[in-house]
Design a protein around this ligand. Structure first.
Ligand code: KIV
Ligand code: ZN
Length: 511
């Protein structure tokens, strides 16, 4: 019998800390449902003390998820722990994850606390979290740069206080695999009550070693790995869930543990996270990149045709890559549409929401005869980003683009109840459209990123555009999808401008 390796997904918390990746409550619920279908053990839904919006999002995820434990992050402060406990009240199974920094540089420069004070805060936080749930995780932040003797002391104390999971974060991605694995082995050996808790790891990817460090820790007894879909996360990101899970599965000959994940859900989950956050997946990304299972060279293709194992160590179908499957078409009715949306984890809140989505579906099906799951996901994102409540709304766009002529765009945008029109030239149709919008809005924001991705195959596919804007230190990603990429670009730009309008302040857990 192999041990169980617990997969703790933090896409909705650490993933959300990537610049511009912030998600709405409904988007978080959609991703949480996809993670539940993937059979992730623990979903870290957010940091409830960050803002009222974050509290509401964690609460909504806690209410929606039945088959995974829902976790909330809290600094080692009473007010954070109470907020997390409150947000998780409705969860079928809940966990509070509390943390405090333990490296000399963090204790001196950030916390301005003595090591003794840090232990006192940690113990108090764990005891308080136990008042809400018997599933409590403690993390010594920046453990990768902490002194081992101090880690032994604080971890022994928090186990005595009731912590059931000890998570060892390599917060700044500084560790290397042999060293990090040895650290886990040493802590397990040296802490007298170590057998009363599960050891977990949380690795950042600053040196590109997050997955390698996590796997090295597993080989040394860690039985929980914290990771994110597509490796999303602060700076260079976290360990990628899909890579950790497929390494454990593919190399079951070297790992003495197994996960319970349904790996066939990986690609769908990856596409959903990418489309909601606006972080495209690079084509050569392991497991979920478009080229991960593509064989270009003739020699490779020949080998794979004779026997797939010559060049393939995993089967594309096992991670959910299947040829795009047409799920609905022009003649599909309202019920077929509603059923497929339910299967994708989306629940309409009202008849009018369903009617609006179905109307958009019919419009899309008129332009594009085959509708795939990816199109439906994009359609829901559109329903959420194009409501009447938005500050700016794209009403009309007309572009003129001709060889040898300067492209020109004419745009109408609604602000509040009033419509404004403007015209602009640009180096291309997209440039002209965004300039025309900006001449109405005068946003003063700088464009940090513009990218177009085709959602499915074929020239009639929808293009999904991401626009990243920065203003006064705030970064937001706007998304737009349409079979016409100029219109998709204008929608994405308007979506980013709307996000900049929403000034809701949010506390970062680690600052
Ligand atoms: O990277 C880190 O240390 C964290 C903690 C909050 C666990 O994300
Ligand atoms: Zn982290």
């Amino acid at each position: 019998m192999k041990d169980k390796l617990i997969i703790f997904d933090t896409t909705l918390r650490d993933g959300e800390q990537s610049p511009g990746a912030s998600m709405t409550r409904d988007e978080k619920v959609r991703i949480a449902r996809a993670l539940e279908r993937l059979k992730v053990d623990v979903i870290e839904a957010g940091f409830p003390a960050a803002s009222d919006g974050d509290f509401a999002a964690v609460k909504a995820v806690a209410g929606a998820i039945k088959d995974s434990t829902v976790c909330g992050l809290a600094r080692a402060l009473d007010k954070d722990i109470d907020r997390a406990g409150e947000a998780l009240k409705q969860a079928q199974s809940s966990r509070i994850h509390t943390f405090i920094a333990t490296s000399p540089i963090h204790m001196q420069m950030k916390l301005k606390m003595s090591p003794e004070q840090v232990i006192e805060y940690a113990v108090k936080a764990v005891k308080r979290a136990r008042l809400y749930t018997d599933n409590v995780e403690f993390s010594p932040e920046d453990a990768g740069r902490s002194e081992e003797d101090f880690l032994c002391r604080i971890l022994e104390a928090v186990i005595d206080a009731g912590a059931t999971t000890l998570n060892i974060p390599d917060t700044v991605g500084y560790s290397i695999p042999a060293e990090f694995g040895a650290m886990i082995a040493n802590l397990r050996r040296r802490i007298p009550n170590a057998d009363k808790a599960i050891f977990s790891v949380h690795c950042h990817n600053d040196l590109g070693l997050a997955v390698a460090n996590s796997l090295s820790a597993v080989m040394n007894g860690a039985r929980q790995v914290e990771c994110t879909i597509n490796g999303l996360g602060e700076r260079a990101g976290n360990a990628a869930l899909e890579e950790v899970v497929m390494a454990i599965k593919t190399r079951h000959d070297v790992f003495s543990c197994d996960t319970r994940l349904d790996t066939r859900e990986i690609v769908a989950c990856s596409k959903l996270v990418s489309s909601i956050t606006g972080f495209p997946v690079q084509p050569n990304k392991a497991i979920v990149g478009a080229n991960a299972f593509a064989h270009e060279s003739g020699i490779h293709q020949d080998g794979v045709l004779k026997n797939r194992e010559t060049y393939e160590i995993m089967r594309a179908e096992d991670v959910g890559w299947s040829a795009n499957r047409m799920v609905l078409g022009k003649h599909s009715g309202r019920n077929a549409f509603k059923n497929r949306m339910t299967e994708l984890g989306f629940e309409f809140q009202s008849e009018s929401e369903l009617n609006d989505a179905f109307y958009r579906f019919k419009q899309l099906a008129d332009k594009k005869h085959e509708i795939f799951d990816e199109d439906l996901q994009a359609l829901i994102t559109a329903v959420n980003t194009d409501s009447e409540e938005e500050h700016y709304k794209l009403i009309a766009l007309k572009v003129c683009s001709e060889t040898g002529e300067t492209p020109n765009a004419n745009v109408t945008v609604k602000i509040g109840k009033q419509e404004f029109s403007a015209e602009s030239e640009g180096s291309g149709a997209v440039d002209a459209s965004l300039k025309a919008i900006d001449s109405i809005v005068n946003s003063d924001a700088s464009l940090e990123l513009y990218s177009v991705n085709s959602i499915t195959n074929g020239t009639d596919a929808q293009g999904e555009v991401t626009v990243r804007l920065e203003k006064g230190g705030r970064v937001v990603n706007g998304l737009g999808a349409d079979t016409d990429i100029v219109i998709a670009s204008a929608k994405a730009y308007i979506n980013a401008l709307n996000k900049l309008e929403d000034k809701g302040e949010k506390q970062h857990p680690q600052v």
